[in-house]
Design a protein around this ligand. Structure first.
Ligand code: NAP
Length: 521
């Protein structure tokens, strides 16, 4: 274990947040010298009405690095009232100006990129590369707002196509739902809520964000950047605190839509509370990778390893179990182990580290219990398998039996899980038994098999010859079965944040459109 400890205790300084002066309104210094962040409501940086805070830990060494406000129902009500009052101010800004404001905001984020990267690394334990990728994705998302807005058009319906509406025309408008409640998970704490905030405000909605308590700070940095970019007060509000805040937002009568990303269980609870509202749910996933005998085996193995380990496996679109056809399985495993040799595990602040810690200790314990369960039931442990604190070693399991929990439950950790199957049909039978249906992928060089499998798998997306990735959302994504409802993506999320309004014009006063069918001679 000593060698293992060396790997992640890289002799670096104790993790600490040191932010640029630009963010100084967002926090003050607490008695212990650590930053105490405020919430952003109605354009002001305020404390919770209950005057309570909660600690924000870093998974790097499990120490407290900051405090955030422990918001409550009163704070949610305040944020929703501010959001409601701000609706006219965002509607009065022309779409082209809203786009420009997002472009300005993208520039501000780039200017303070290092602050965003540091916060993501420290509060979430992300490697530098993963944190930089997340910040760049938000910048790109803001720069691609023209693509979103191109979806916001209306329709003209000539009424004389129906006897009922003869003499009328209708214009179908797309209007904002009003206020969107955006509830986000810990794994992409900056990007995921941003991918809700951007289309919501672009389509002239106002927003109340509830970030994950495990990683609440990057959304506050985003609020500071949006404030600087000139978004009117009340258009964006960020309330930090426990899950009960999310529940309150979900049921609040002045919130018109809930866009939730998180686990399936919480998503179902949110859906119950948000009954009657527009609802978008991005929930848990279990992406199976199917590797067939005619695949490029080295390519498949390399992709499956990265797909399983990126962001320490804490991705809803992570490759979560690999179903490899028996005849090529030995060769595949050999290539997987070669790819694993290139993976560097340790303190995420160290340049070149690929896999850092998980979000907290209980996450590492949960992942390890899945690994132990598989081994007890007969899986062969080829690499890793140990954990300490928040760190779980990158692990490879082969011959995972059908009754192992890891074949069915979300892993959300750095494990390459390999189950051997007889053929394509057996692989498909396993995917169809899963309660999840978010992502999947297949490795084969046969066009007809690609197509047959892509059609057969019940999932929101099927990727051929690569691991699934939602990335910046240029391709739409979302789930079926227990993985969610609705689709996110550039030009897709915005569609769900608008409601149709039909404006009917009666043309009779102008003696238009009432022509009758000529009588048959
Ligand atoms: P989570 O525990 O479900 O939490 C998600 C958010 O919901 C957090 O902000 C949480 O607040 C809040 N919350 C908790 N209880 C609530 C309640 N009763 N009502 C309303 N909100 C409540 O999920 P997580 O552990 O942060 O994230 C991991 C999960 O997200 C995985 O299952 C992953 O697959 C999924 N995910 C899905 C996608 C996708 O695109 N489909 C993308 C990323 C992640 P607290 O943090 O304060 O508890």
């Amino acid at each position: 274990m000593a060698e293992y400890e060396q790997k992640y205790k890289a002799g670096l300084e104790k993790p600490a947040l040191k932010l640029s002066g630009f963010f100084r309104d967002a926090f003050s210094e607490g008695e212990d010298g650590l930053p105490v962040f405020r919430m952003y409501i109605d354009g002001k940086w305020i404390e919770s009405s209950g005057r309570e805070v909660f600690p924000v830990d870093t998974p790097i060494d499990d120490s407290v690095v900051a405090y955030a406000q422990k918001g409550n129902d009163t704070d949610v009500n305040l944020a929703v009232s501010a959001a409601k009052a701000a609706r006219p101010s965002i509607r009065n800004i022309a779409a082209i100006d809203r786009i420009e404001m997002f472009h300005d905001c993208a520039e501000i984020i780039e200017r303070y990129k290092q602050d965003f990267v540091d916060v993501l690394t420290i509060e979430g334990g992300k490697t530098r590369r993963d944190a930089e990728g997340e910040v760049s994705a938000v910048v790109e998302r803001m720069r691609m707002t023209m693509e979103d807005i191109s979806k916001v058009s209306g329709e003209y319906r000539p009424g004389d196509w129906s006897a009922d509406t003869r003499g009328k025309i209708a214009i179908v408008l797309r209007e904002p739902v009003g206020t969107v409640g955006a509830i986000g998970p810990f794994n992409y704490p900056l990007f995921i809520p941003s991918a809700k905030v951007i289309p919501a405000i672009l389509s002239a909605n106002t927003v109340v964000v509830k970030p994950s308590s495990d990683a609440p700070l990057s959304q506050l940095l985003l609020a500071r950047a949006m404030d600087e970019a000139g978004f009117p007060r009340g258009v964006l509000n960020v309330v930090t605190g426990p899950g009960s805040i999310g529940a309150r937002i979900a049921e609040h009568e002045d919130v018109g839509m809930i866009s939730f990303t998180g686990s399936t269980d919480v998503g179902k609870e949110v859906a119950r509370r948000a009954a009657g509202k527009s609802l978008h749910l991005e929930l848990g996933g279990k992406a199976y990778a199917i590797v067939l005998e005619d695949a490029d085996i080295a390519l498949a193995a390399g992709k499956c390893v990265i797909g399983s380990l990126r962001n320490a496996g804490q991705r809803c679109d992570a490759v979560s179990a690999i179903l490899v056809v028996e005849s090529v399985a030995d060769r595949f495993v050999e290539e997987v182990l070669k790819a694993m040799d290139r993976i560097r595990f340790g303190d995420p602040r160290v340049e070149g580290i690929d896999v850092g810690p998980l979000i907290n200790r209980s996450a590492a314990e949960r992942v390890n219990s899945l690994v132990r369960d598989a081994v007890e039931k007969g899986a062969v442990l080829l690499r890793g398998g140990r954990y300490e604190g928040c760190y779980h070693e990158p692990t490879v399991l082969d011959h995972v039996p059908r009754d192992a929990r890891i074949l069915w439950e979300e892993t959300f950790g750095p494990v390459v899980t390999i189950a051997r199957v007889k053929d394509e049909d057996e692989a498909l039978a396993i995917t169809s038994r899963s309660k999840y249906g978010l992502d999947s992928c297949v490795f084969t060089n046969n066009f007809y098999r690609m197509w047959r499998i892509a059609k057969a798998i019940q999932a929101g997306s099927v990727t051929v010859n690569d691991f699934p990735r939602h990335g910046v959302g240029f391709f739409p994504f979302g789930g079926v079965k227990d993985s969610g409802l609705g689709r996110e993506g550039i030009g897709y999320s915005i569609e769900e944040m608008m409601v149709l309004k039909t404006v009917v014009f009666n043309l009779e006063p102008a003696r238009l459109g009432k022509s009758e069918r000529p009588r048959r001679r």
